[in-house]
Design a protein around this ligand. Structure first.
Ligand code: ADP
Ligand code: MG
Length: 919
């Protein structure tokens, strides 16, 4: 498993990897060259290559094998002392072995995350450590490569435990040296192969033989052609079984102890180096090789040179990585201290050079790097285990150990970048999906409304149509009945007349009443009908009745239709109500979705910010020194801009900016949710660190929002981050005026007064320091208490804060000096008036160079004006000027101080009075 992860975990292989395997007596013996110089490695001559490939029987393609140094980190469990002393404190590291990550706590609210090839917790067994760290190297050594396993870390963190433990009480405790030898012995053949060992100690650039203590100055020999490193003077003991090897280790350990007692040092100051030489004869490829090389055949038997493969496993227990106190408090002279650390720092430099692909790898700078020359990087397989302790008291050493390991990993965190990319694309995909859903939802909602309107309109139309046609039909029917009736009456009258004329008188008397008196006839004589006529009339009457009934039926029919339509309308109304209800539900649903969007966006903000911060932390880590320049408030971003972005990575904040939009981010500054607020202000701060965003932020009201946050928020993180953002915005003149006009000084002073965290003060001081550099704002700045606010912060002795205060003072002094020279300002310096001089003098020779440099400049500015000279002499500044003129590290400042001292009559007089010769 381990060996697979070693190989498959490899990233890119550069160029053709030449094998370190050697073929004895082979005329075209290939030069492994300097293994340190992996990138100038030449491809192996073909004969060698083909031999190696076929003879190892491995199908592995060598071009895909990583040459990267594999780095594992191992955490030692708390020891008894730490159990007691650190009982109340959390460990300074947190391991995430499944992610192969380590988090180094910076403080209560922040930590840096690092990735390693392996992360071994305090519970990792020795067996596992061996399998992960060393086994792959041992396997490749058995295949004919050179290999190195090194342990690096502070004294007491478990380097010797990891490498050299003998496991006498508990066999499970056996360290890497023993386990490696066990694997080697199990693999080699006692008849054909040879395993031999030398064991050395390197102390103060002297190589001592731990197997023969009399041998205490062994020289290192390098073959100029092949680059092979050898130690002809060292004892070489052949190993046949691991018992004898264990005895040898014990002997070496005893000699190491004795040698160190004699030298009056501790083993932690020296490097212990175990070299295992393996010589294996190569079988199976002989015939083809010999014919290729033109060997002769005698009586069917091949006469050929024996082919032997030589390789070397070097296991190095490095000296403790802690800094040796320069003052020599442990009894070392400075010379000693320097050379004790020489090899270790040379190793660090080589690793840096390799990591940066630098053309020059300073291998020759120390014995250790010369010794490892053919065993490190390049064709060799190298594993580094860095050991750390959990105690927060040693955070500094732990951090520098981690940084060493990170540099050794050489290849940047590809995995991490990819992960981030994956995350981002996922979040982008989610957002696109979300947007699609929102759009779809809106479309459906619109369609609903349209449908409802259409149905309502149609229903209305139908109702009015039906009503209309009903009224129409009714009218028609009425008309028809009336005309029918009128016609019938007319016809009856005509018939009656006709009958009367026909029959003359007295037959059958027909009238409305049978009593012969027709009141309504008004004297019209009764008509007499024949029975046939009566029957006919009766017949007609009957048909009239039928007709009327039909009309009535028709009316009923229409009436029932009307009722039906009314019912339909009621049903429609009910449906309408239902749809309305659905619409309301949809609106509710939409609100929920919108809420969710907001939440996702805030999460996105948070994650992007975190990703950004951890990347920057990594960058900072890889960058080494803490920045000390005037723009130290934006080093991360500058660094990022400087960095080649060819790795496909883009500043996530910028993307976020594009995706979420500045206005949205600025609204989040006022979010109800404190977390969202904090993240938003962090994002704004990140944006503000980039010059190209600053104008947009200010235009969108971001500066005002940030200043408001200083006033309204009680959260120190918000204060710190907002002040940092303001400091960055305050680099531009227009913004400086804006900050001043919005009461920035009093807000910043207020923030400083409440601050607990030096970093908050640093940001505030940085902001004011930037304002101090504006010529136009001098008077206002002073009137509003800016200078005093700056001086008020020196109570916090944190060097970062002091450096910003010093920068502010230097800026102010520069502007003031300019104004004095131009005649726009008279009188003594405001800095002197406001009581800054004592602090300036006190810190003029501060050991922190950023503080010192700014103050030295400020002193020169002040001293340029004769009007300040007297006060400066009284305040003791003259001596500082003299010192600056003599040993300031910057030549221009040195010269300036000298010029001032020489040209100022007041200073000259004082120097004369004190009999200091300063002609
Ligand atoms: P170093 O060689 O780095 O100075 P050591 O290997 O001597 O450190 O370890 C210091 C102490 O811590 C020893 O007592 C050792 O037994 C103990 N120790 C180191 N690592 C472990 C571990 N992983 N588990 C248990 N004890 C350990
Ligand atoms: Mg040790």
């Amino acid at each position: 498993m381990s060996s697979n992860s070693y190989r498959n975990g490899s990233s890119i292989a550069r160029g053709g990897g030449g094998g370190a395997m050697k073929v004895e007596n082979h005329s075209s013996k290939y030069s492994p060259s300097s293994a340190f110089k992996s990138k100038v490695q030449q491809p192996t001559p073909s004969s060698s290559t083909s031999l190696r490939r076929s003879s190892t029987g491995s199908s592995r393609d060598d071009s895909t094998v990583s040459r990267r140094v594999r780095v594992a980190v191992r955490l030692r469990p708390r020891n008894a002392e730490e159990m007691v002393a650190d009982a109340d404190f959390a460990d300074c590291v947190e391991l995430q072995p499944e992610l192969k990550r380590l988090k180094l706590r910076k403080n209560n609210w922040d930590s840096d995350t690092y990735e390693f090839d392996e992360v071994l917790t305090e519970f990792a067994s020795q067996k596992r450590v061996y399998e992960v760290v060393a086994k792959p190297v041992v396997e490749s050594v058995l295949e004919g490569y050179n290999g190195t396993v090194m342990a690096y870390g502070q004294t007491g963190t478990g380097k010797t435990y990891t490498l050299g433990r003998l496991g006498e009480e508990d066999a499970a405790d056996r360290g890497i040296m023993l386990r490696a030898m066990e694997d080697i012995l199990a693999e080699v053949s006692p008849e054909n192969d040879l395993v031999s060992v030398s064991y050395l100690q390197l102390y103060m650039e002297t190589v001592q033989d731990l197997l023969n203590p009399a041998n205490d100055s062994i020289s290192i020999v390098e073959d100029p052609k092949s680059g092979d490193v050898s130690l002809p003077g060292a004892t070489l003991v052949e190993i046949r079984d691991h018992k004898c090897f264990k005895g040898l280790l014990q002997l070496g350990e005893a000699h190491r102890f004795a040698a160190n007692t004699k030298l009056n040092t501790e083993s932690s100051r020296s490097h212990a180096i175990l070299m295992v030489h393996i010589k294996r004869s190569v079988k199976g490829r002989n015939s083809s090789l010999s014919s290729e090389n033109g060997s002769m055949t005698l009586m069917g038997k091949t006469l050929k040179p024996p082919v032997v493969r030589k390789s070397k496993l070097v296991i190095v227990d490095l000296a403790g990585s802690e800094r040796i106190d320069k003052s020599g408090s442990e009894g070392h002279t400075l010379e000693e201290a320097k050379s004790i650390n020489l090899s270790l720092s040379a190793l660090g430099k080589c690793i840096n050079a390799l990591a940066e692909n630098s053309a020059h790898v300073p291998v020759r700078d120390s014995k250790l790097t010369r010794l490892l020359r053919d065993s490190f990087g390049g064709t060799a397989r190298t594993s580094l285990v860095i050991t750390i302790g959990p105690s927060p008291r040693h955070r500094g050493e732990t951090s520098s150990t981690i940084m060493f390991g990170q540099r050794a990993m050489k290849v940047e965190n590809m995995v991490k970048i990819k992960e981030e990319f994956d995350y981002k694309s996922l979040s982008r995909r989610l957002e696109i999906q979300l947007d699609k859903l929102i759009a779809e939802h809106e479309r459906q909602q619109k369609a609903f409304q349209d449908e409802i309107e259409r149905m309502a309109l149609e229903a209305q139309k139908r109702i009015s149509e039906v009503e209309l046609s009903y009224a129409d039909a009714l009218e028609k029917e009425k008309l028809r009945c009336q005309t029918d009736y009128v016609e019938s009456v007319k016809r009856l009258e005509e018939e009656w007349k006709e009958k009367q004329e026909k029959h003359g008188h007295g037959k059958v008397k027909v009238g409305p009443s049978d009593d012969g008196i027709d009141q309504k006839s008004n004297g019209v004589p009764p008509v007499l009908f024949s029975p046939g006529e009566v029957a006919e009339i009766k017949q007609k009457l009957h048909s009239e009745i039928l007709l009327r009934k039909a009309a009535e039926a028709e009316i009923d029919n229409l009436k029932s239709q009307l009722i039906h339509w009314k019912q339909t309308e009621a049903a429609r109304n009910a449906e309408l109500l239902k749809l309305r209800k659905m619409l309301e539900d949809e609106v509710g649903q939409k609100a929920k979705l919108e809420e969710e969007i907001e939440m996702l966006q805030s999460q996105l903000l948070q994650i992007s910010f975190e990703a950004d911060e951890s990347r920057r932390n990594l960058d900072r880590g890889m960058g080494g020194n803490t920045p000390s320049s005037m723009d130290s408030l934006m080093p991360e971003v500058k660094h990022q801009q400087l960095r080649n972005s060819g790795d496909g990575e883009k500043a996530s904040v910028v993307k976020l900016f594009e995706q979420v939009g500045l206005h949205k981010i600025l609204t989040l500054l006022e979010s109800e949710d404190a977390d969202v607020r904090i993240h938003a202000v962090k994002v704004v701060a990140n944006l503000a660190a980039e010059e190209s965003n600053q104008e947009k932020i200010v235009e969108a009201g971001g500066l005002t929002s940030l200043l408001t946050l200083l006033r309204s928020s009680n959260d120190e993180t918000v204060h710190r981050v907002a002040a940092g953002a303001i400091a960055n915005l305050a680099m531009n003149e227009t913004n400086q005026e804006l900050i001043m006009s919005q009461g920035g000084i009093s807000l910043l002073s207020m923030t400083a007064a409440k601050a607990q965290d030096p970093q908050t003060l640093r940001m505030v001081a940085g902001a004011i320091a930037n304002l101090c550099g504006n010529n136009k704002l001098q008077a206002k700045l002073r009137a509003e208490g800016g200078v005093r606010a700056l001086l008020g912060m020196v109570g916090c002795r944190h060097p970062d804060v002091l450096a910003q205060v010093a920068r502010g003072i230097a800026n102010f002094a520069k502007c003031e000096s300019r104004a004095s020279s131009q005649g726009t300002k008279g009188g003594r310096s405001v800095l002197i008036e406001d009581g800054a001089l004592p602090w300036i003098v006190q810190n003029a020779n501060n050991e922190a160079s950023p503080i010192r440099r700014h103050i030295e400049l400020a002193l020169c500015h002040l001293a340029q004006h004769e009007i300040n000279a007297k006060e400066m002499i009284n305040g003791g500044a003259l001596w500082e000027l003299v010192r600056i003129s003599r040993d300031c590290s910057r030549e221009d400042i040195r010269a300036l101080a000298l010029r001032i001292l020489k040209s100022s009559p007041t200073f000259q007089a004082e120097l004369k009075r004190l009999r200091v010769d300063y002609g």
